[in-house]
Write a protein that binds this ligand. Structure first.
Ligand code: ADP
Ligand code: MG
Length: 699
């Protein structure tokens, strides 16, 4: 993608001599941004544009063209592309709108565009985009009215409109970029290509992306994971993905909204998610300007009690640690600070501190080996000297080479000081919480990078058995597998199910119950009844022969009445699993990322509180464990307040099994294991109910 960022010559097809036209703005932008290469305006009607010789077509230009920027109307784009192919131009930016985003005709046009590009060996950015900026080569191949300064952020945006807003704001706030790409409809170049282009780009420290959707989730995950090992990738994802117009038939399906897959995928590949453009820049600037702290231990410096406490609270919520200030440091602080100061973290040198005192404090605290990062909070009080304080802080941070973030709170009184901090690459945040959030994100990123690989394990499984079960269901024209069939599937993958036999009459039911041993559970067996207990199709705690016979008759009677058309295949008599906590495991298929596995506590926790977690399958042991820890009710499983702890290893094993099953069988559309009954540590887990929905065709 070199020609997109460092071309030696650029043609602008649809260049215009008239101010206000995009084809005019781009030429002017190229001329004023410091681009040293040749510029070829292409326009059949003008011999000269903005002092440059113009050509009727790219084919008429005498020299080679590395990059063409196309701004002609949509109908004219394809012929221009053909000419570009003939001229052997390998990189094209199409600014023109009126493609995929504009309806059926546009969709066709864009498909044709893709074909021409492919045939001609042309890489395309756009259509329907703002263009590209590369500060290193002074290239402004966009119609953005501003040109940012050089810096270490590389930004990609699916939205051109947002890109203009971000650029404008960045220029005002002195945020520098290495590269800036608005890729619009992304007919060719998209998120993955840009990640690849920037992963080893020495000008780029931080990759920032605004995305609305992804054409290929698994590929994104693979590439993003590799790139995130080298530099932070921060993403704002907006808009809802197409959930698809299928009927959701499982708990898992109804709980997995469009956002869950992205959240899970980002976690699994180390991508840092920001929830707003504001947060995106809070984080990006911290990463761009500062080194990543070595540990979670942070010192808070302040001249004000309240904000110091706010920062302290934020540190705790964010999972950072207040660095313990060493005795030597405290002794040294005592020599200059008033006795009423706080010498421990948060270190408060009091409201009447001038720059001398504040900077002495900063210098002393930063020297402490326990301190790996600092947050400098300052409020404007009568003796405060913001500007001088900023100078001292910058010097101290440089001297000790420790990451520092600032929170100079206030308005006009602080502007000069904040600018000065920015000049020394110390990011400033208007509130302590935002600064702490940025710091915590940096620390978490380091920890993610240092984690060992989470290998995908494989367990023994009888794949053929599963295929056979799916085949026979389809042969009956069914895609829904109830408990009886689903149990065979999960058993083929090694999940334990209670002993169970299907009885056809009361006599048989009693005999099976005797064999299994009391108490037993009895459940209706019907491919038409998927929520058995809703119809009185489950009875637990049957303690004797007579009770089993009565239960059979009563259940049949009841179901015939409530579901007269259901195909009844008997009653399953089951071993009753008497102890254990009920959890739910499930899977659904996300249109972007594929199989998504869910975990939650059973019953009301799932239905009312929606307390569940997700991962994209396949995943390894660490992520399975994280799924458990992520739900709010996890303490109940670990054993809290008199509750006995659960066999977490058994849950992990079940999650990994499910991950493997849905990965092996893309034809599983949705499934629930609800509930899995989990015993105490060492006792294992048993699935007492399961259901699966498969696709109509095998895959
Ligand atoms: P459905 O979800 O179709 O209504 P289940 O098979 O999940 O039916 O049964 C409903 C509830 O009955 C379960 O959530 C569980 O609490 C209990 N249950 C079902 N089977 C057993 C069993 N074998 N041992 C213990 N409890 C069971
Ligand atoms: Mg159930």
């Amino acid at each position: 993608m070199k020609h997109f960022f460092a071309p030696t010559s650029v043609a602008v097809v649809g260049a215009s001599a008239r101010a206000g036209k995009i084809g005019h703005d781009i030429i002017r932008n190229l001329q004023t941004s410091g681009f040293a290469g040749a510029i070829y305006p292409i326009n059949p009607k003008s011999p000269e544009i903005l002092g440059l010789k113009a050509y009727p077509s790219v084919l008429d230009a005498d020299g080679e063209i590395d990059l063409a920027v196309i701004v002609v109307p949509a109908v004219a784009v394809l012929p221009v592309m053909e000419e570009c192919a003939q001229k052997r131009i390998d990189s094209v930016i199409i600014i023109t709108a009126g493609f995929k985003e504009s309806g059926p005709e546009g969709i066709e046009l864009e498909k044709e565009l893709a074909r021409i590009a492919k045939r001609g060996g042309i890489r395309v950015v756009g259509p329907n985009c703002l263009g590209i900026i590369a500060t290193g080569s002074g290239l402004n191949a966009s119609f953005a009215p501003v040109f940012p300064k050089a810096g270490s952020l590389a930004l990609m945006s699916q939205s051109g409109a947002l890109a203009t807003a971000i650029l404008d704001w960045s220029v005002q706030n002195g945020i520098g970029y290495s590269k800036f790409v608005s890729f619009g409809n992304g007919v060719d170049v998209g998120v993955v290509d840009l990640l690849r282009a920037w992963e080893d780009d020495p000008e780029t420290r931080v990759i920032v992306a605004y995305m609305e959707g992804l054409p290929n989730g698994p590929e994104f995950m693979r590439v993003a994971k590799e790139v995130s090992q080298k530099k932070p990738v921060i993403v704002v994802k907006s808009g809802n993905t197409q959930a698809g117009a299928r009927a959701v038939s499982s708990h898992t399906g109804s709980l997995a909204g469009s956002g869950e897959a992205y959240t899970a995928a980002f976690k699994q590949c180390g991508v840092i998610r920001a929830h707003s453009v504001e947060e995106l820049f809070d984080l990006a600037v911290a990463f761009a300007y500062q080194e990543i702290p070595r540990s979670r231990r942070v010192a808070i410096l302040t001249n004000a009690g309240g904000p110091g406490i706010m920062a302290t609270d934020a540190v705790e919520t964010a999972g950072l640690e207040l660095a313990p200030i060493g005795a030597d440091t405290v002794a040294k602080l005592r020599t200059k600070l008033p006795p009423a100061s706080n010498f421990h973290n948060p270190v408060d040198c009091l409201g009447d501190a001038g720059a001398d005192r504040y900077n002495f404090t900063a210098e002393t605290v930063l020297a402490d080996p326990n301190v790996d990062a600092a947050l400098a909070v300052l409020t404007p009080q009568t003796s405060t000297q913001p500007y001088e304080t900023a100078e001292g802080l910058a010097a101290a941070a440089a001297k000790y080479q420790k990451p520092m973030l600032a929170c100079f709170m206030g308005g006009g009184a602080m502007t000069g000081a904040i600018d000065l901090l920015g000049g020394h690459r110390i990011p400033n945040y208007p509130y302590p919480e935002r600064a702490v959030q940025a710091l915590a994100t940096m620390v978490r990123y380091r920890e993610w990078r240092e984690e060992p690989e989470d290998p995908i394990e494989r367990f023994e499984a009888d794949i053929e058995a599963v295929k056979a079960i799916f085949r026979s269901a389809r042969a009956e024209g069914r895609v829904n597998l109830g408990e009886i069939e689903a149990r065979e599937v999960v058993q083929a993958y090694g999940v334990h199910m209670p002993k169970s036999r299907v009885a056809q009459n009361a006599e048989e039911a009693a005999r099976f119950a005797d064999e299994i041993g009391y108490p037993v559970v009895m459940k209706i067996v019907s491919p038409d009844i998927l929520h058995k207990s809703d119809l009185g199709g489950v009875r637990v705690g049957i303690r004797g022969r007579q009770e089993a016979m009565d239960a059979f008759e009563l259940m049949m009677l009841r179901i015939r009445r409530y579901a007269p058309n259901a195909d009844l295949r008997g009653v399953s008599v089951q071993e009753m699993v008497q102890t254990g906590r009920e959890v739910i495991l499930g899977s659904t298929r996300d249109p972007q990322f594929g199989p998504l596995v869910m975990f939650g506590l059973g019953g009301i926790y799932v239905e009312v509180l929606k307390d569940v977690s997700f991962r994209v399958a396949p995943f390894g042991r660490r992520h399975a464990r994280m799924m458990i820890d992520e739900i709010r009710s996890a303490p109940l499983l670990r054993g809290a307040r008199g509750e006995r702890p659960c066999d977490l290893d058994a849950i992990v094993a079940s999650l990994l099994t499910l991950s493997q099953l849905v990965t092996d069988f893309p034809e599983i559309v949705e499934m629930d294991v609800n509930p899995l009954k989990v015993g105490e540590p060492g006792q294992g887990a048993v699935a007492v109910d399961a259901r699966i929905t498969i696709t109509e065709q095998s895959q």
